[in-house]
Write a protein that binds this ligand. Structure first.
Ligand code: ACM
Ligand code: ZN
Length: 546
């Protein structure tokens, strides 16, 4: 009894201070000063704050009310104003003895101010219910805006499927780090995941495979039927959910390679007519869409018409990666298909500038899609292979095979997003304790290396404006559970966010490392799994190294 009352006394007598300032990504300009303001759900929102922001502010006020056990009222603790001189993702946040003042000019700016406030509070603010500590905010002046306009994270539900709630969790944690773009790779050889009403077999047939390669052994297979897809209603639900978090969803329909699932559904779209089976193994498949068949172009236009109807994003991804096996022992289908050969002749394709005839035929397919998307008011983007041919102005590329694609694209005046394999492939191992790590595709990408990425390295100074952003990719060949998915994502996502957000002068790995305990506390209260190798524990079992 005595011990209990003593500890109660100790708590009630402790004059708790504010949390250490560990906001990630580190805001651009931060001036901390002595003192802390106790947050209360007494908010004033100026009339000219955009309506959508008012809704998000009301939700935040409700959370502060719940966390403090007080009623949400109009009052002076927190004031939100509109300042049209700020850019769309910028916000200014001041905390002093008179309260909290936020100004921004657009939805994302308000969201980011509230996200910064959340990160300054005890991690429990990310849970539900009352927060056990007082909500103290250290006095600060922050003027913040991102370095890159495009801050993306990619997901691959094709190799392994993740349901709507799992996708929402992925988006929730992206929002914590102020990412604004979700690149959703919705089709691949191993599964077609997007309902297309005009082509029902894409999901009736293409969304299911009869087994899955399970080990790093081409002959292995579990023999279990596997699959799933998102209905158009579910896709719209995700688009709306992401929009509330300030995140644009950009869909990818990968073409003309990575199409075996579609070929299994509609074999007439392939060079040989099949039969084809939804692929059960990993790697680069030989069978691709036939570029000499007019039906293929009609199919693609129909599919992208439905895609554009579901996804309002300015950009649409058309993939374009790994179209050819380039096996010296066996030609790729386009090299022997009479229809593709006739198409090459019709187009007068001749190898030039080191591009082969098949690469130039791919460029024709890419150009067709680019024109179609552009005619419908959208911009086309694709993996860096689309540079390996005559690429039309206005395309944007994802530089994945290294930075060189992005450097080349920017130098030629194309916009580029950097996601080079060495720094941005979150399907790689995080630690070097491979015997303790869950099986993955290979490679090694520790958090420190993610942090060290310089996305404009090698890009001439006058071309750096073409590097519009950075993203990480998380392919799921060996990732079949959400626990493993989140383990691969976290905490590396926090390091990525500083690459995307912070000016180079604000990046500091020692300062960042000191935030990781707080990031982990956020994951704990939000129920995310994450890698603990930073804390000396390895693998999904979190074992210490021997
Ligand atoms: C890719 O990793 N194939 C873009
Ligand atoms: Zn063909």
């Amino acid at each position: 009894m005595a011990a209990i009352s003593l500890s109660v006394m100790a708590v009630s007598c402790t004059k708790a201070g504010p949390e250490p300032f560990t906001v990630v990504p580190q805001p651009n300009e931060v001036v901390l000063s002595e003192g802390a303001f106790r947050l209360a759900p007494a908010f004033t929102v100026k009339e000219d704050v955009p309506e959508k922001a008012k809704e998000a502010i009301a939700a935040f006020q409700a959370r502060i009310a719940e966390a403090t056990g007080k009623n949400a009222v109009e009052g002076p603790a927190v004031t939100f104003s509109y300042d049209p001189s700020l850019s769309s993702e910028q916000y200014v946040l001041d905390v002093d003895g008179s309260g909290v003042r936020v100004s921004a000019s657009a939805y994302n700016g308000y969201l980011y101010a509230m996200q910064t406030i959340r990160q300054m509070l005890p991690a429990e603010i990310y849970a539900q219910g009352k927060v056990s500590k007082p909500l103290l905010l250290q006095y600060v002046h922050i003027n913040d805006a991102p370095r890159f306009a495009y801050r993306g994270m990619h997901a691959d539900p094709c190799r392994h499927f993740f349901d709507v709630n799992e996708v929402k969790r992925y988006l929730d944690i992206m929002a914590v780090y102020k990412l604004n773009t979700f690149h959703w790779h919705l089709t691949d050889d191993q599964g077609w995941r997007i309902e297309i009403k005009k082509y029902p077999r894409l999901t009736e047939v293409g969304a299911w495979r009869n087994g899955t390669m399970i080990a790093k052994d081409w002959g292995s297979n579990d023999g279990i039927r596997y699959g799933g897809f998102y209905t158009q209603d579910q896709l719209r639900e995700i688009v709306a959910y992401a929009a509330n978090l300030g995140i644009t969803v950009i869909p990818e329909v990968d073409l003309p390679g990575h199409m075996v699932a579609a070929l299994a559904a509609y074999p007439e779209l392939g060079c040989t007519g099949g039969p084809y089976e939804v692929w059960q193994r990993w790697g680069v498949a030989r069978d691709i869409l036939c570029a000499g068949n007019p039906k293929v172009y009609e199919f693609l236009e129909d599919v992208f018409t439905e895609v554009m109807d579901i996804f309002p994003s300015e950009y649409i991804y058309i993939g374009g990666d790994e179209c050819f096996t380039n096996d010296p022992k066996r030609p790729d289908p386009w090299e022997v298909c009479p229809k593709c050969q006739a198409k090459m002749r019709e187009l007068g394709i001749r190898p030039h500038d080191g591009f082969s005839k098949k690469q130039l035929l791919q460029a024709h397919v890419t150009a067709h899609m680019q024109k179609f998307l552009s005619d419908h008011g959208r911009k086309m983007a694709g993996w860096d292979e689309i540079l390996d041919g005559d690429l039309m102005p206005g395309a944007t590329i994802l530089s994945w095979r290294g930075p060189q694609g992005g450097v080349k694209a920017a130098s030629k005046g194309f916009d580029a997003i950097m996601c080079p394999v060495d720094y941005c492939y979150f399907d790689f191992y995080q630690s070097d304790k491979l015997d303790l790590e869950p099986l993955c595709i290979g490679g090694n990408l520790p958090i420190e290396k993610v942090y060290s990425h310089d996305p404009v390295k090698g890009v001439p100074a006058d071309k750096q404006k073409h590097i519009i952003g950075v993203q990480a990719n998380l392919w799921t060949e060996y990732i079949s559970t959400v626990e493993h998915l989140e383990y691969m994502l976290l905490p590396r996502l926090s390091a990525l966010s500083e690459v995307q957000w912070c000016q180079p002068s604000n990046k500091d790995y020692d300062r960042f490392k000191a935030t990781l305990d707080h990031q982990a506390a956020i994951y704990d209260v939000m129920g995310y799994n994450y890698s603990k190798d930073f804390w000396g524990l390895y693998g999904l079992e979190f074992k210490p190294a021997e």
